[in-house]
Design a protein around this ligand. Structure first.
Ligand SMILES: [Zn+2]
Length: 259
């Protein structure tokens, strides 16, 4: 059963697929589209437009970095509220019934067929695109550095309190690339407040994309999050993309990360 109609956007965007850098960028929460058949999940537009719907500002940054490094970018075409590409199917976060204080009417009392339609139409094509791209890159060149791009809200309703970090790097057990990036950020931009496994760690809540694609292949990986209020405009996005680009140049200069 397919969820998508002719007027719906594609499940996955492949940007610069033939990019030559030994880097793959992925953007799990790039878009806030909802398939027409799902009728906005019963949500008003302002709910889909806030951080629960997608990672505000990251689409602009991801495309700028893809162009800057001549690297492929795989981006999800749909809201994380339809099915979250970075949560294991079958877990509560995969098709959430609530997110940071917002109840999602269209995700309640779903049948198994309805869940399968979202996975088959959106989740699996997105991850297949990542896997295919990695296969092709590894077949033709060095094993790439896997970079997962996200943004985070400075004020999570359910957590209370502000989050002062301007950018954060997250990891689970392997911090080799993250440690290089954090050190480079502190050297290049000493005034920037860099989070190290804050506001949460790379293993809690458990992600899907990095373990499945990077860890299983033994690739080095970076997961980073930009604070949304800093990147909500194109100018802000450019500034922070370019700051990270300087840092990434330093990381790439450590040739041990490219196998
Ligand atoms: Zn995200």
């Amino acid at each position: 059963m397919t969820l998508l109609g002719p007027a719906d956007p594609p499940a996955v965007h492949r940007i610069n697929p033939d990019g030559r850098a030994p880097i793959l960028f992925v953007s799990d929460h790039d878009a806030n589209a909802v398939a027409a058949a799902l009728d906005t999940l019963g949500l008003p537009p302002e709910e889909l437009a806030r951080h629960v719907g997608y990672d505000i500002g990251i689409a602009h940054i991801a495309r700028r970095l893809s162009a800057r490094f001549d690297a492929p970018l795989i981006a999800s075409g749909y809201s994380r509220l339809v099915v979250d590409p970075n949560r294991w199917p079958g877990t509560a976060g995969s098709i959430p019934e609530a997110a940071d204080g917002t109840t999602i009417p269209g995700n309640r009392n779903l049948t198994d067929d309805a869940r399968s339609a979202r996975l088959d139409s959106l989740f699996h094509p997105y991850h297949a695109a990542i896997a295919e791209t990695l296969d092709a890159m590894i077949a033709h060149g060095p094993a790439p550095l896997f970079i997962a791009l996200h943004s985070f809200t400075p004020a999570l309703r359910s957590a209370g309190g502000d989050r002062p970090w301007e950018i954060g790097f997250l990891w689970d057990t392997d911090d080799r690339a993250s440690a290089l990036a954090i050190a480079a950020f502190r050297r290049r931009f000493p005034d920037v407040n860099v989070g190290a496994n804050q506001p949460y760690s790379g293993s809690s809540p458990e992600g899907y994309t990095v373990p499945v694609h990077a860890k299983r292949r033994g690739l080095h990986d970076l997961t980073l999050e930009f604070r949304q209020d800093l990147i909500a405009t194109p100018e802000g996005g450019d500034l922070w993309a370019d700051r990270f680009a300087v840092v990434l140049d330093d990381v790439l200069a450590n040739s041990a990360l490219i196998q």
